[in-house]
Design a protein around this ligand. Structure first.
Ligand SMILES: NC(=O)c1ccc[n+]([C@@H]2O[C@H](COP(=O)([O-])OP(=O)(O)OC[C@H]3O[C@@H](n4cnc5c(N)ncnc54)[C@H](OP(=O)(O)O)[C@@H]3O)[C@@H](O)[C@H]2O)c1
Length: 316
């Protein structure tokens, strides 16, 4: 029986706005490639684009979005544009978002995410590093991710962003944000999530607490290693679809937002085709991590940024 095709849907955020459950990722897309990728994506039905200050391609994203809006009947409010504040900007989020909006040539973004839970020193450029190549953070006891988030939330009432959230976070740190009285809850958290790192606990916790989870690196990041996984390949063959379709469909079916990145036109078009997986498929993919667990992205900081404790501990 042919696989049942499913549409991209919108998920409700905890501030009553909504978010499409598939986005085009743009990390490592060079400015020219990025323009073409975003234009291709918008023309084939994506309405959600994910970029960041640090990707150095906000200008291309904004040019493609604005050109597309001029060429089509689609309105700005029909699109969902996300960008991210870099850790070296955490102490001055208003200037950071104004600079991003200037590069994007937009009046507002739909989602502004803190890119990490650790601030970097300011005044030393993008991604400041010490002589050993470690990123130079501000110790959390001096300026924590909660302090940064408290400053960030002012951008919502100023109209620069519709929603805010945070990336590369774990359950205790989300809990701390939710329990801190003077903070609006994050609408979204964005983390590395794929079959080798399904983060079941985090996904369940966020579901229970009304926070939407975005799954980045759904194919295992550069080179898409997960698309060669034997279980993923077998399920793809069973349904006569691509492994990429299986990875994105699994992410969406468990209630997360999938962020597949590609700058290849044919792949961009293919990565938004979703099918309905059956219970056996979901079960197999949910359990792949028992055979192989792997995190692909780990920034070189002197602190373990993914530690499950509420505070960071140094690498040993
Ligand atoms: N918040 C964060 O810290 C963070 C971190 C990482 C990622 N992200 C976001 O999440 C997005 C996705 O993650 P990612 O870029 O790390 O990796 P990904 O989407 O898991 O994988 C991207 C890789 O897969 C390839 N690919 C894409 N579609 C394919 C297909 N259908 N068949 C075979 N290969 C395919 C791409 O190649 P081509 O481009 O050459 O087609 C690229 O090499 C990022 O772009 C970014 O927007 C956020």
């Amino acid at each position: 029986m042919p696989a049942k095709i499913k549409p991209v849907e919108s998920l409700k955020l905890n501030n009553n706005l909504s978010i499409p459950n598939v986005a085009l990722g743009t990390w490592k897309a060079s400015p020219d490639d990025c323009y073409n990728a975003v234009m291709t994506a918008l023309k084939c039905g994506y309405t959600h684009i994910d970029t960041a200050r640090i990707y150095r391609n906000e200008v291309s994203v904004g040019r493609a979005v604005n050109d597309f809006l001029k060429q089509s009947d689609v309105k700005r409010e029909d699109l969902f544009i996300t960008t991210k504040i870099s850790p070296y900007e955490f102490q001055d989020p208003e200037n950071a978002i104004l600079a991003s909006l200037e590069r994007l040539q937009l009046d507002y973004v739909d989602l502004y995410l803190m890119h990490h839970c650790l601030a970097e020193v300011t005044g030393e450029g993008i991604m400041p590093r010490d002589e050993n190549g470690f990123r130079k953070h501000i110790p959390p006891e001096v300026f924590s991710y909660v302090d940064a988030y408290r400053l960030l939330q002012k951008l919502v009432s100023k109209g620069y962003t519709k929603s805010i959230g945070i990336c590369n976070i774990n359950v205790p740190k989300i809990q701390r944000l939710l329990e801190t009285k003077d903070l609006i809850p994050p609408a979204v958290v964005q983390c590395e999530i794929h079959p080798y790192l399904p983060q079941h606990d985090l996904v369940e916790f966020c579901k229970a607490n009304n926070v939407v989870v975005e799954a980045y690196s759904p194919f295992g990041s550069t080179g898409a290693p997960l698309l060669d996984d034997p279980d993923i390949v077998q399920i793809a063959q069973k349904h006569d679809v691509t492994p990429a379709c299986i990875a994105v469909s699994w992410a969406v079916q468990r209630g997360t937002v999938a962020l597949p990145k590609s700058t290849t036109a044919e792949r961009i078009k293919a990565n938004i085709i979703l099918i309905e997986l059956d219970g056996d498929d979901m079960d197999v993919i949910d359990n792949i991590h028992k055979r192989i667990t792997k995190r692909y992205l780990e920034p070189k900081w002197k602190l373990n940024v993914y530690d499950s404790d509420a505070d960071f501990r140094p690498y040993t």
